[in-house]
Write a protein that binds this ligand. Structure first.
Ligand code: AFP
Length: 340
């Protein structure tokens, strides 16, 4: 019997234990982040259960409302948003919440305020719900360092590099939580029998170069020069290398998760119809860019490092190119060449 392996299997590193270990490296920490995270985890577990029984519970279908982007809102979106908002408010550790589903930011009742601002998309990729494709929750956390009576929207309109933590939970063939608190990236898988997220992907590093590109090529006719050139090179390389494979799910969490594990690039560029792309800065672009950089990759908007962007509106969009270091480097070179 392999006792070492057995010990490994029985020494379960839960996400709470992991964050508590991290906390012990910061003597000034008082456990607030651990409490906040446990409420985020609760939201993820709830959504996971709801997604798993969506067909059975007749949760699939339109809720009869449209969200701020004018998209049809599904029942699961509504439910997931309510669960996250309530979990985050009741944690007593949040002061401002920005959700993809809510037009305005939520300013938490002063009696329940804490120092964290959470930006999140409770159920990203919801147009995929009806066909059972992986969908997910994306979140980012900022901390305010001021009197909680003086908070304003500016406390969330901050560049992504100021985030304290970011992550996503993917509801797929298994439920996977990927998180970074600014010290690398770790992946946890929900053990349904324990109801706990267990560390299964420690210290994720994205391969420096990748063989997969991921983009909605249906928008190609409206792309700008650098994007068109990059994708052309993926398909018809001129340096003797093999063409890259195309994989596109249309669910950012799933596409980014694959990119993080296998390497390659995910892009949602600007096009003539949507000069700012489609994806939202605060709760899609920033958290995923934060994770990519923490895993050794890069994230670029076509103009600058994604995490340097300073948003001016909570639902602002931005083009995004993220993934393996070398792939994003190529995109950056193509945009730089165009500037000359
Ligand atoms: P939905 O939530 O409407 O399904 O949008 C998903 C998403 O915001 C993101 O998860 C995808 O990467 C992207 O949109 C897909 O957009 P396209 O359908 O335009 O390719």
């Amino acid at each position: 019997m392999d006792h070492a392996a057995d010990a490994h299997r029985t020494d379960l590193m839960t996400v709470t234990r992991y964050v508590l270990n991290e906390q012990s490296r910061h003597p000034e920490a008082r456990g607030d982040f651990t409490i906040l995270l446990s409420h985020i985890v609760l939201g993820c577990k709830f959504v996971c259960t709801a997604v798993n029984k969506a067909g059975l519970a007749k949760l699939i279908g339109l809720a009869g409302e449209t969200n701020v982007q004018g998209e049809e809102q599904k029942k699961l979106d509504v439910l997931s948003n309510e669960v996250f908002v309530k979990a985050l408010v009741s944690s007593g550790r949040t002061c401002i919440l920005v959700s993809e589903e809510d037009e305005e930011a939520t300013f938490v009742d002063p009696r329940l305020r804490g120092k964290y601002c959470v930006v999140f998309d409770p159920l990203d990729g919801s147009s995929n719900i009806d066909c059972g494709v992986s969908i997910g929750t994306i979140f980012g956390v900022y901390m305010v360092d001021k009197d909680l009576d003086k908070i304003s929207l500016d406390d969330v309109l901050q560049p992504g590099k100021n985030m304290l933590a970011a992550g996503y939970c993917m509801y797929g063939s298994s439920c996977t939580l990927v998180i970074s608190t600014g010290n690398g990236v770790n992946g946890f898988t929900l053990d349904p029998s324990l109801g706990e997220f267990i560390l299964t992907h420690p210290d994720i590093k994205i391969p420096k170069k990748g063989k997969i590109y991921s983009v909605n090529e249906g928008n190609a006719k409206n792309w700008d020069g650098p994007t068109a050139k990059y994708v052309e090179k993926c398909k018809f390389p001129t340096d003797g290398s093999s063409p890259k494979s195309l994989r596109y799910i249309g669910s950012m969490v799933a596409d980014v998760h694959r990119t993080l594990l296998y390497g390659g690039i995910f892009l949602y560029p600007a096009d003539k119809k949507s000069p700012n792309g489609k994806l939202r800065v605060l709760y899609e672009v920033f958290p995923m860019s934060f994770l990519m950089e923490q895993a050794g990759g890069q994230a670029f908007t076509g103009k600058e490092r994604a995490l340097d962007l300073i948003p001016t509106k909570i639902h602002q969009r931005s083009p995004i190119f993220l993934g393996s270091y070398d792939e994003v480097e190529e995109i950056k070179a193509l945009y730089a060449a165009e500037q000359k």
